[in-house]
Design a binder for this molecule. Sequence first.
Ligand code: ZN
Length: 409
Amino acid sequence: MGTFAFYANTIFTPLDKIRDGLVLVEDGVIVKAGARRHLRAPRGATVVDLGDHILAPGLVDIHTHGAARHDSMEASEAALAAIGRFYASHGVTSYLSTTMTADIPATLAAARGLGGWIRHAQSSRDWPERFGARPLGIHFEGPFISTLRCGAQPKKFVHKPSVGTFARMLEAAGKTGRVITLAPEVEGGLDLLRYARRRGVRVTIGHSDATAGEAERAIAAGASHATHVYNAMRPFSHRDPGIIGAVLTDDRISAELICDGVHVLPEAVRLLVRAKSLERVLLVTDSISAAGMPDGRYRLGTITVQVRGGICRTRGKNLAGSTLTLDSALRNLARFIGRSEAECLRCATLNPARIIGVEKNKGTIAPGADADFAVFDKHWKVKQTFIGGIAVLPERSRAGEGPKRAGRG
Ligand SMILES: [Zn+2]
């Protein structure tokens, strides 16, 4: 692999801005990052000059079900490759394979299949070239949710919270279970929450009819996060603020947001950001197999979804995931709240990496972190993606535009 020197006029780490910057990468890991006037590339380093483009940490999506006609729960080589390459084309370098509520045998089979692929992704050097973005673990969305707030999750497969069943899911996943979405107010929910925390799994509350008090008890018991806030939750009212009231006002918890302008309208996005600050909002796509595809019928876990105008709905007309990509979520958020993409960048990089405890390696440009980069033009469109220092999305060569390689160094 050797040593690489990435030059860019603008680097966002994401919290700091470096002008005329240099990132030194050795064997896929960042060793130094700073202004060019303070740093020097060693002799023999391969220079990757990104010119006027923006160098940012690779994006991290902790809630996505699939893309490019494939669903995570297929857990096949074809599915992982199609999904991961699609994500990489949108600047995403790591993600959590997200399951949805299904019967227990199907859930265990998906956990076993995905677990095997995820362990392979962790140890395989040529993963990015073959599969694009790296799956870091599994996000179990269900089956321990509220039958009152299923959204598109099939009600018939919803399960009472069960430590025993979840233990089997974790075992099938073989140490790759990272996050579980659960409804804490359902009988046994808090016990399951505490068990998940003891097993090192992050708990996110969602698909939940919790009252504010029930949500507060879950936060006190260790829930750190809330799944696609506003969607599939007991609605907010001033006499019954519910889970949304708790999420908006409790600084101990961060909030996922599906920022496509359909799941949550801009006023509600502004309210969320005012309440949580950009520090505690994280962008997710909740994308399904229809992402990157034309309108039509698609699979989401165990159900069929109709996509019209890029909007996914079940037969019962519930929203059913999205066709959103994380780079467009970033641009939407900036537009909806009147801030810059640079300010919002942490919501798609550092914040999600923190939630799953990988912020030393992912979602940041700092010494010791993996050389996972998204390269944007000035309109924040993705031009190139690097994973472990390897270009997985070479820019289509258009004359006079984009990164050039030179022998400097
Ligand atoms: Zn989902």
